[in-house]
Design a protein around this ligand. Structure first.
Ligand code: SF4
Length: 186
């Protein structure tokens, strides 16, 4: 079945993405510096999650995996904050974003037939309240586990620019991004 990519964009916006666009994988810039931010433990998830470094594996493998895809649906959700120091608001926005991201992913899987799909969100995989990694156990839901654009070393700002999506959405807002790579059957 042929897929009209405009339908994917429309569905994403219906499911509360503020912005959505089709990104060509050939426009993705991979940069070790983003991966280094994971290693510097900026988000506090380094070595605590199966989908984060070091358990996630080397950036070389991540890049190879991503380059198997032709395109992806880039989504961005924008959230209002009380101020630029509204840490609680940022955390709540991250949860809202992940709900939006997972709803869009579920809708894509349910309504379209892709040959392959690779979802990348923002930050660690939060499908389980506590990642099995912390208990020394294997991932409990491998089909639900999602890595991040950062762990894959993707330059999000450059990709947004290439897709015509604004990186900055105004004072007292926070924006989160997800990228769902897919291949359609030829
Ligand atoms: S699905 Fe659960 S166990 Fe697997 S990576 Fe995500 S949080 Fe960890």
């Amino acid at each position: 079945m042929e897929i009209d990519f405009n339908d994917l964009i429309r569905d994403a916006k219906t499911l509360n993405a503020t912005h959505a666009a089709i990104a060509k994988v050939k426009n993705i810039l991979f940069n070790e510096d983003f991966r280094k931010q994971c290693e510097q433990n900026i988000c506090g998830s380094y070595n605590k999650n199966w989908m984060c470094p070091p358990a996630f594996g080397p950036i070389r493998d991540a890049k190879e995996r991503a380059l198997r895809f032709q395109q992806g649906l880039l989504i961005q959700s924008v959230h209002e904050l009380k101020s630029s120091f509204d840490w609680k608001g940022m955390m709540a926005a991250a949860l809202d974003h992940t709900e939006i991201f997972r709803n869009i992913l579920d809708s894509m899987k349910k309504n379209y037939s892709f040959e392959e799909i690779l979802p990348l969100n923002a930050g660690p995989c939060t499908y389980c309240e506590k990642c099995a990694f912390l208990d020394g156990e294997i991932c409990r839901f491998p089909d639900k586990a999602v890595s991040s654009v950062e762990a894959n070393g993707i330059d999000v700002m450059a990709l947004e620019k290439a897709c015509g999506i604004p990186y900055y959405n105004g004072k007292n807002t926070v924006s989160y991004v997800g990228l769902i790579l897919f291949n359609v059957a030829s």
